[in-house]
Design a binder for this molecule. Structure first.
Ligand code: CA
Length: 533
């Protein structure tokens, strides 16, 4: 299908709609004058060179390696559906009824990122971190569901972060939520992690079978309930090993079981962090909380623990307490100075289930390409390596964790060369005093729709997710094409994206559009994978 697209700068370009990915026929592969980024390799997104801070950080890492005699550990903490505005260090916390002293501590003693970006929903973010690639390229942009007839296992032709880190001598563990496929061959223990201990799905997908107040038409209807159980595969807490056995450790059979899920995960990670301290090999441990994704049910000791007393807020307090326990165990076992801790959320708040949802000061929420959907908390803490009190508005995409982890593991040479890599090595940004980001653009996608580009403080939308109810950002949303002008916002003066200035900012409209075209051109040489979704 061929269609004409008129850009705001008055230029016409012919685009071929292949699937839903726009690919220009006459490619302007070069970046715009606005960008300082340099493309070092054909299969890698351009990054901004910062030689001075890279040298500073290299010296720092070498000095640490001399002291410890080993590579650093990485503890990645991913919460589910926490909003940018929820933690105290981002203006939430006590002010909105759920204090977060431990998350705030990480920010006070480390680096707080104010422009950290995820994908709009759970599955794409998790796959993007694991592969350093946009989900539209890999096909892993939504959960693989019963009834999907895949033409290939998407993981078969990918090289995952835990696979490379394992080869580099790391212990690799995933604890908690996965949500990127639960069939054999697609589970964490099948795609590179040495060990998996967690739940394949989101909280709601388990607890809906037991919450008769919220889902009476399922729980109280025997016939429907029997049908539901007949298609239900994932039962609860699974424990599996690479090339080994996977066992159901504890089935979810009640609301109480779900309420206690994060506690079990926390206990496992605390035990593992103690054991790993005695191991010769460093670790990459991703702890993915179940909470505060709806539906939240507090365990007994966190019921009413927040000032607000609402289940979502109690969940935030519970998460914060467990973050504090992880830091304590790293300290107790002498690993704090050799471990990068990165705390983040997999997408913006899910507002459709309000008030069982988080807070963002920005427009939109989970499921959209507005800032509320994709701008999330991001805190890097590393005692002795990141100076306390750092705050940066430099751009960071959670896919950058892929490249950054490879750098820390000394495994950058194992970067895949046969596929396009969208992540950027941000080691120097995170660790340098007053570090500056190596990334000058964020590309915003929802499944196979290219929605927007952010560059510096400007954001240009090509498609938007529109809603006609403030809170229904998923359940009553549509993705719309735009009119004559793309919608351009200056996020510094209009952080809520309310006043488009597209045809008043002509130079930047054209530059941002040129960057978007160059991005689209990468799909020509590296076509998106078709997996049958
Ligand atoms: Ca999520």
């Amino acid at each position: 299908m061929v269609m004409d697209v008129k850009t705001a700068s008055g230029l016409f370009c012919t685009l071929i709609l292949l699937g839903a990915v726009l690919i220009p026929t006459s490619v302007l592969a070069q970046a715009s004058v606005l960008s300082n980024a340099v493309q070092v390799k054909e299969n890698m997104v351009a990054s901004v060179p910062r030689p001075a801070q890279e040298a500073e950080v290299q010296n720092k890492l070498e000095a640490l390696a001399k002291k410890t005699g080993r590579r650093p550990n990485i503890l990645l903490l991913v919460v589910d559906d926490l909003g940018w505005g929820d933690p105290g260090c981002y203006g939430g916390g006590e002010a909105i009824g759920a204090a977060t002293p431990n998350i705030d501590f990480l920010a006070q003693e480390g680096l707080k990122l104010t422009s950290c970006y995820s994908q709009p929903t759970c599955t794409p973010t998790r796959s993007a971190i694991t592969l350093g690639r946009l989900p539209v390229r890999t096909g892993l942009y939504r959960p693989i569901l019963a009834g999907d007839k895949l033409t290939q296992n998407p993981w078969d032709t990918e090289t995952s972060l835990p696979t490379i880190l394992s080869e580099a001598g790391y212990n690799t563990l995933l604890v908690g939520k996965w949500h990127v496929g639960e069939a054999v061959g697609m589970r964490p223990q099948d795609i590179g992690f040495d060990e998996y201990y967690g739940y394949y799905r989101a909280q709601k997908e388990y607890v809906q079978a037991y919450d008769k107040r919220r889902y009476p038409d399922l729980v109280l209807d025997e016939e429907k309930y029997a049908k539901y159980l007949s298609i239900e595969q994932s039962q609860g807490l699974e424990h599996g090993f690479k090339n080994g056995e996977t066992k159901l450790v504890k089935a979810i059979r009640s609301i109480d079981d779900m309420a206690n899920a994060d506690r079990l995960l926390k206990e496992f990670t605390v035990k593992k962090l103690s054991e790993l301290a005695k191991d010769d090999q460093p670790f990459f441990l991703q702890h993915s909380f179940m909470k505060p994704h709806a539906d939240n049910h507090p365990p007994k000791d966190f019921e009413g623990a927040s000032a607000s007393k609402y289940p979502f807020k109690d969940a935030v307090v519970e998460i914060d307490a467990y973050v504090g326990e992880f830091i304590k165990v790293l300290e107790r076992t002498g690993q704090l100075e050799n471990t990068l801790v990165f705390f983040t959320s997999d997408n913006g708040p899910q507002t459709d289930g309000w008030p069982d949802g988080g807070y963002t000061p920005f427009r939109g929420a989970k499921g959209t390409g507005w800032e509320g959907g994709i701008r999330i908390p991001g805190v890097a803490y590393w005692k002795g390596m990141i100076a306390p009190g750092q705050v940066s508005d430099g751009l960071f995409d959670l896919m950058d964790i892929f490249n950054t982890s490879l750098h820390l593991a000394g495994a950058l040479d194992s970067m895949p060369t046969d596929v396009y890599i969208d992540g950027i090595d941000q080691t120097a940004f995170l660790l340098a005093d007053g570090g500056e980001s190596m990334r000058d653009k964020i590309f915003v996608w929802s499944q196979t729709d290219f929605l927007a580009i952010r560059m510096y403080e400007y954001k240009e939308h090509f498609k938007v997710v529109t809603t006609d109810r403030t809170f229904l950002n998923i359940d009553m949303a549509t993705t719309d094409d735009l009119g004559l002008s793309p919608w351009v916002f200056n996020l510094y003066v209009d952080p809520k994206e309310q006043y488009p200035v597209g045809h008043r900012l002509n130079p930047w409209v054209a530059s941002l559009a040129a960057e978007a075209k160059a991005h689209a051109a990468t799909f020509k040489k590296y076509p998106p994978k078709k997996i049958g979704l």
